[in-house]
Write a protein that binds this ligand. Structure first.
Ligand code: NDP
Length: 296
């Protein structure tokens, strides 16, 4: 049966890899080895000591790291991916990456006759656990067809977006909209509650009206109103995505006055709240500064 390697067992990589292991023989590698070993205690897989060892017997390699630069950094050296990967293998990068670096990675892998697609995902760790992620694929049509069975282990909607880099592009556009909605709602909901409107009733009206978004319909009711505040996606990674989108817009020579403000605000919040902060912490910061609580 096809052997798969998965590199990068972070918040989203872990549940994705667990889904892969249900269908394929899996070898994992993680920079901090203890995390890979902890993962292997609950999942049927082998743990490799290096990226080269992880990919040596793999027909398909999946990666999920913070940035495309991190993936590029795994390729070289005696322990790197290129030292171990088989000719003819398939390399699927599920990082929310940047198009230019994905094209560089694809070119390096092509020297070894390894096919590449950027396959960023949406849906968060709960979506990965249920096999319900959306996967945006940048790659040639034949690579998409080869990739689909592996992406289907954790993905429900798997969409070809165009050539290498196109998956990264649509993901970054989604993320800059997500950041805009979160930052706008953090100010608007705080004002709503400060104005004396009960949070749950006010949100119910917004969600039956034209101001609604995924953030107001799903994230705020589940994570803010309840006071649960789970830590599932780092603000630093969302800020990274915003920068990818802004770089794309700059390369297209387009203006983005509103998104420029979002990017400035996102960078300031990342620096204030730190690298470990969750992407909904800006809502908490906004309510704390106003002396209100969005609960109900
Ligand atoms: P985390 O920060 O939780 O995990 C990052 C993972 O990458 C860890 O396994 C970490 O290893 C590893 N890593 C970090 N830097 C390097 C490096 N230089 N070389 C090798 N390994 C490295 O990130 P997430 O899992 O949340 O996110 C991964 C990607 O998926 C990001 O691009 C993110 O934007 C995207 N994404 C995340 C979602 C989420 O809800 N969390 C949703 C959709 C997309 P170590 O254990 O050693 O720290």
């Amino acid at each position: 049966m096809t052997a798969v390697a998965f590199l990068g067992l972070g918040a989203i990589g872990r549940p994705m890899a667990a889904r892969v292991a249900e269908r394929y023989p899996l070898t994992v590698w993680n920079r901090t080895r203890e995390r890979a070993e902890a993962f292997a205690r609950s999942t049927s897989c082998q743990v490799a000591a290096t990226p080269a060892a992880a990919v040596r017997d793999a027909d398909v390699v999946l990666t999920c790291l913070p940035t495309s630069a991190d993936v590029l950094g795994l390729l070289d050296g005696p322990d790197g991916v290129l030292a171990g990967i088989r000719r003819g293998a398939l390399f699927l990068d599920c990082t929310s990456g940047d198009p230019a670096t994905s094209r560089r990675i694809a070119a390096r892998l092509a020297e070894r006759e390894v096919a590449f697609a950027d396959c960023p995902v949406s849906g968060g760790p709960p979506g990965a656990e249920q096999g319900g992620l959306t996967v945006m694929v940048g790659g040639e049509p034949e690579v998409f067809d080869r990739a689909r069975p592996y992406l289907e282990t954790f993905g429900k909607l798997i969409v070809p977006m165009g050539p290498v880099g196109a998956g990264d592009a649509i993901k970054a556009i989604n993320q800059v909209l997500l950041a805009t909605h979160i930052l706008a709602l953090s100010e608007a909901l705080t004002a709503m509650v400060k104005a004396g409107v009960p949070a749950r009733a006010g949100l119910e009206v917004l969600n039956a009206s034209s101001g609604r978004s995924f953030v107001s319909e799903s994230l705020v009711p589940d994570r803010v109103l309840t006071g649960a505040w789970p830590r599932l996606f780092r603000l630093a990674l969302l800020d990274k995505d915003v920068r990818i989108a802004l770089e794309l817009i700059r390369q297209l020579d387009l203006e983005s006055p509103l998104l420029d403000v979002v990017a400035e605000h996102s960078a300031a919040l990342r620096s204030e709240l730190g690298e470990a902060a969750d992407y909904l912490d800006p809502i908490r910061r906004s309510e704390q500064r106003a002396g209100v609580e969005i609960r109900g």
